[in-house]
Design a protein around this ligand. Structure first.
Ligand SMILES: CC(C)(COP(=O)(O)OP(=O)(O)OC[C@H]1O[C@@H](n2cnc3c(N)ncnc32)[C@H](O)[C@@H]1OP(=O)(O)O)[C@@H](O)C(=O)NCCC(=O)NCCS
Length: 430
């Protein structure tokens, strides 16, 4: 019998949850319930039942993809992302194109909604990875983390003690506004940070301890601190798995999920504060999901860097993506090149986009200019987030297919595509 593909309708939740538990060991051991699935809508405004897609045979749900909405920050600009989650096909119905069809439906919905990009996390080379790759998703970056035991932490703490300059205290309700502002400001320096509503902060971070997609624990499992001099100048969030009651963590793991400060010099103080607290709570294995900032170099060198999941992107509408990034790109050009009149274009498997630069403004159009670069899908998504800068990419042959550009245009490409820090908080992971 042929499968029917459609969007969620009331009553599907049981079949969806059952299928997710069959396909993902993690959801099964966490005992994902229908209440969790429905309740997620209240906690995360990026999740909506309407965006659950299903494949059905004979009234039974045998395939599912969840489309999530995230507003991802790239400098001062924000792009709308259709996050792909929970891709699952019942074992009896695999290898027949079910997941591929559901993914294509998800991309059509992104197109309809005007979301410029679709992104996901997966294991490199996994069954899912191969499906996404065939559809055209690009390899943007691996998700990095640092790991260490008490030995690493104590060595790092010795170094950071020297920098310790101001007070660390527990983050309270009264600090939330200041912390939200810091997250916003800090997020401008990082590609991948997501814009959050106050409600999102309250529900996912203050009242519960969400640590990835649906997975959460009680408020107590979270460690939340702020640093302050006259006022709050930074915050850090961690998850203590020793206090987890729903999930099974066999080791004494603690995860630093976020650090944020307006001034880099406060980051060290915050890392010092949160690691100290985790150490006191009896954590033995430390996982740090934070980027390598220059200011943290010395401390992080005491940990081991490891690669986790791969983050993949599909550009749904390249012209719209550049339109959304216009403000940020204009600022980059003015800063590095000053005001100028020039036309450049960028071609990729997702489209060909012309940037007509006039003074400090950019007009985004479709088509090719005299000064043109042609890049692969992996190349364009790395450039968009700054996982690789254009300058760096010039020295590697695998991302740039063709360059037809004079010296001035090369300088503009270097200005609009600098290397940046990429980081997505596990709390926002879908
Ligand atoms: C990953 C998963 C969703 C794939 O589902 P699926 O419906 O089997 O996927 P598809 O049928 O679209 O594609 C799977 C393979 O079948 C092939 N295929 C697609 N249509 C086909 C057809 N009509 N006939 C034969 N083969 C076909 C695909 O090319 C792909 O081949 P590959 O594995 O050699 O690369 C499924 O294996 C699953 O649920 N796994 C557990 C959960 C999981 O890991 N999810 C992904 C998390 S990121």
């Amino acid at each position: 019998m042929e499968a029917k593909f459609r969007r969620y309708k009331p009553g599907d939740e049981e079949g969806i949850v059952e299928l997710m538990k069959t396909c993902f060991r993690t959801f099964n051991s966490w005992k994902l319930s229908v209440m969790d699935w429905i309740g997620y809508e209240g906690d995360d405004d990026g999740f909506s039942r309407e965006n659950a897609l299903v494949a059905e045979i004979d009234g039974e749900i045998i395939g599912h993809v969840q489309l999530m909405h995230r507003r991802i920050r790239i400098g001062k600009s924000i792009i709308d992302c259709g996050g792909i989650a929970n891709v699952s096909t019942h074992p009896k119905h695999r290898m027949k194109g079910i997941a591929t069809k559901l993914m294509q439906m998800a991309l059509d919905i992104c197109q309809e909604k005007g979301w410029q990009i679709s992104s996901l996390f997966t294991g490199y080379g996994s069954d899912g990875y191969r499906v996404y790759r065939k559809i055209g998703y690009a390899n943007t970056t691996f998700i990095h983390e640092y790991v260490g035991t008490c030995e690493n932490v104590d060595n790092a703490l010795k170094i950071m003690r020297r920098h310790n300059r101001n007070g660390i205290s527990e983050m309270g309700e009264e600090d939330l506004n200041a912390v939200m502002k810091i997250h916003d400001e800090y997020g401008r320096k990082i590609s991948g940070y997501c814009q959050r509503s106050e409600e999102y902060w309250r529900r996912k971070i203050m009242n519960k301890t969400y640590y990835q997609s649906f997975f959460y624990e009680g408020r107590d499992a979270g460690i939340r601190i702020v640093s302050e001099d006259d006022e709050v100048n930074g915050y850090a969030l961690a998850f203590n798995t020793l206090k987890a009651s729903r999930s099974q963590w066999t080791d004494r793991v603690g995860i630093v999920m976020e650090l944020g400060a307006i001034e880099g010099r406060n980051l060290c103080n915050l890392l010092n504060g949160i690691l100290n607290k985790m150490r006191k709570e009896g954590i033995k294995i430390f996982r740090l999901r934070i980027p390598m900032h220059e200011e943290l170099n010395e401390a992080l060198n005491h940990f081991e860097p490891i690669n986790g999941a791969i983050y993949m992107d599909y550009i749904v509408n390249q012209k719209k993506l550049f339109e959304a990034m216009k403000g940020e790109l204009e600022e980059r050009i003015i800063e590095k090149c000053g005001e100028l009149d020039y036309e450049i274009s960028i071609g990729s498997p997702y489209g060909c986009t012309k940037l007509e630069i006039s003074g400090g403004d950019i007009n985004v159009a479709e088509g090719k200019a005299k000064n043109h670069i042609q890049v692969t899908n992996d190349g364009i998504t790395k450039l968009i987030y700054g996982v690789k800068g254009f300058k760096e990419m010039l020295n590697e042959s695998k991302y740039i297919i063709r360059i037809e550009a004079d010296g001035e245009a090369i300088k503009i490409f270097e200005a609009i595509f600098p290397k940046r820090i990429f980081q997505i908080s596990p709390i926002d992971e879908w």
